[in-house]
Ligand binder design. Sequence first.
Ligand SMILES: *[C@@H]1O[C@H](CO)[C@@H](O)[C@H](O)[C@H]1NC(C)=O
Ligand SMILES: *[C@@H]1O[C@H](CO)[C@@H](O)[C@H](O)[C@H]1NC(C)=O
Length: 318
Amino acid sequence: MEWRALLVLLWFLSPNHQGPYHVSSRFKEQVAAPILMSREHFYNRTLALHLVEYASAVYVDNPAALLTWSCSRCSGLTKGFKLSELIVDANFNLQAFVGVAENLAALVIAFRGTQETSLQNWMEDLYFREYSFNYPGVKDALVHHGFYSAYHNTTLRPRVLAAVTSVLDKRNDLRILITGHSLGGAMASLCALDLAVNFGTKDVQLITFGQPRIGNAAFAAYFNAFVPETIRVTHGHDIVPHLPPYFSLLGPRSYHHFAREVWLTELNFGILRLEFEFICDSSGEDPLCSRSVYGDSISDHMEYYGVHLGFVLESTYR
Ligand SMILES: *[C@@H]1O[C@H](CO)[C@@H](O)[C@H](O)[C@H]1NC(C)=O
Ligand SMILES: *[C@@H]1O[C@H](CO)[C@@H](O)[C@H](O)[C@H]1NC(C)=O
């Protein structure tokens, strides 16, 4: 047994722990009933399972299959989704969609991440490049320049906002769910904040998967005040949530995640495989969650809840 496994187990057994709340065990391929230990109703696992499929579908590189919602990933929990607008910015290789999921009573906005082949370059570009974030009522907030411009300085923002407005003009019964993976998670976050701050939109819920840090602690605090219903899912040793790095020595200039992280992790004890979902503390930088391990895995980055998050080349075969 790894020492870390022991640590996690001890933490789990200690009476004062903040988590985990959800544990499911597996004996090899056989899935036992998940043991739900939820004291925290804020993290809705069912909703996360829906949104991870949208975050996966937005990677599909076939407009026709997306517009008719007939792609290989346009099934399962996303079945019946009505896509209102597909937004492609070819210059910056960005993609997003807006549509209505009646089964969730929601308008869903999903943003795509970076191509797997350019992931390495993208990660190298993640260091520093802070940009001062001048939203109303915020002081000393810094945000990563690349993420800021990907959302605020491309065709993405105006087209997403126009699509959202046009749907909500006809439907005022919908809540807004925003999602994305990797770079897409960073853009989803900026979009949620934009709607909440600049448009006073209520009922914005955000769930991202494997997103990087996007700003400093002042930014994170501002973010949590405006988009309280935020879940930032991380997985195992996924490298991206460790970037750009958190350096406590840098103080207020250090990058800092916003809350609330949910860390998915697996432990193997011989034939017994345990899957944990830790609901982390409200600091955004819970040292017992993904920060307790090295961020050295791309494969953990590409999969969340068993769903592949990455590009899929699709011909019009369906
Ligand atoms: C979680 O989300 C699902 C899907 O939107 C919903 O049906 C369910 O009622 C939610 N659960 C809680 C506890 O809010
Ligand atoms: C936005 O793009 C324009 C033109 O490409 C550039 O001059 C400007 O500096 C950019 N602004 C930001 C905040 O990146």
